[in-house]
Ligand binder design. Structure first.
Ligand code: C5P
Length: 311
């Protein structure tokens, strides 16, 4: 039986997302604080004669997930094979999705990160950390963070990372939405909103960084900020209602995650999060919402077998 590895990779939330005016290459300069949450997609990679991708959903709708080159997983295989000059890394990949699709939680980036880490392990490629990060950044701005996990300050277009030491656990209620939002469309709406203003370059969010350092959840909640929120709300005004329901349930902070439409609610502790999850579910008449702990780990191998049982 062929060798196989199982890899998990995290969703992220942006505790702060400061967005500057578009650069020459169309990307926007960011200052962001990423936090990985314990909501993981899982990839199983097995040596095979051909590279294939199959997808299943674990509580999420995977209808919109491509299984061709439109999927970052297959682009990750290609990029890593090219880097090593190898054409024999043919792999059967199964993606089990738990992260809502097109939700602003970096689900596709998590899958690409898992593919890179998984292939590296399956074929003993020993790709250096820096090379892996560069390949990851070539696939998408959030992919390097999904490899790293934890909490980090992101600059550039989000791919340049400085890890952050934080204290304590953070509990989130993640409120997914059936209809995804396209990231480029949200950035385009952001540009439209600011077409006649001269935007300053974004600067580091000192309150958020200080709150994380000491584990002050209340202070963190008070300073959560997302420059893309207004743009996401302009495309999906109904999300305001979700934020209001969260606030009414007594959360420490409520915001649209990244480019949306997922809304994330910061809670005091697991009991509070369970209560908030119920309140939101009752008010919106849909669910279930996810209660997740943070910070989560980065993409990592969680099981491997050489032909026998998983270890
Ligand atoms: O880097 P990634 O491929 O994930 O970005 C998806 C899209 O989001 C880009 O094509 C761009 O439209 C937008 N984006 C941006 N500025 C960033 C990151 C993403 O404009 N810093």
């Amino acid at each position: 039986m062929s060798a196989e590895v199982r890899v998990s990779a995290p969703a992220k939330v942006n505790l702060h997302l400061g967005v500057g005016p578009p650069r020459g290459d169309g990307y926007h300069p960011l200052v962001t604080v990423f936090q990985a949450v314990a909501l993981y997609d899982e990839l199983t990679l097995r040596e095979s004669r051909h590279t294939t991708l199959t997808v299943s959903g674990d509580g999420v709708d995977v209808d919109g997930v491509p299984v061709d080159d439109g999927n970052l997983v297959l682009r990750a295989v290609q990029a890593l094979a090219e880097h090593h000059g190898r054409d024999d890394l043919t792999t059967a990949i199964h993606l089990r999705k738990r992260i809502p699709v097109a939700g602003g939680l970096a689900g596709g980036s998590a899958d690409a990160a898992a593919a890179l880490v998984g292939l590296d392990s399956l074929y003993d490629l020993h790709t250096g950390r820096q090379a892996l990060t560069e390949i990851a950044a070539g696939l998408g701005s959030d992919v390097p963070f999904c490899i790293q996990g934890g909490s980090a300050l992101g600059t550039g277009r989000g791919e340049q990372l400085a890890p952050l030491m934080t204290r304590g656990d953070y509990w989130w209620v993640v409120v997914p939405d059936q209809r995804g939002l396209s990231t480029p469309e949200v950035y385009a709406a952001y540009d439209d909103i600011h077409a006649h203003t001269s935007l300053p370059d974004p600067s580091p969010p000192t309150d958020i960084l200080a709150a994380l350092r000491v584990g002050d959840v209340e202070r963190l909640g008070a300073h959560l900020h997302n420059d893309l929120q207004q743009a996401a709300l302009s495309l999906r005004p109904d999300l305001e209602g979700v934020l209001q329901v969260g606030r009414a349930a007594g959360v420490y902070g409520a915001l649209v995650s990244g480019s949306g439409p997922t809304v994330v609610l910061l809670c005091a502790d697991p009991d509070h999060a369970a209560y908030v999850g119920e309140q939101v579910q009752e008010a919106l008449g849909r669910g279930p919402n996810l209660v997740v702990k943070a910070p989560g780990h980065g993409a990592k191998v969680v099981g491997a077998r050489q032909g026998g049982l998983f270890q």
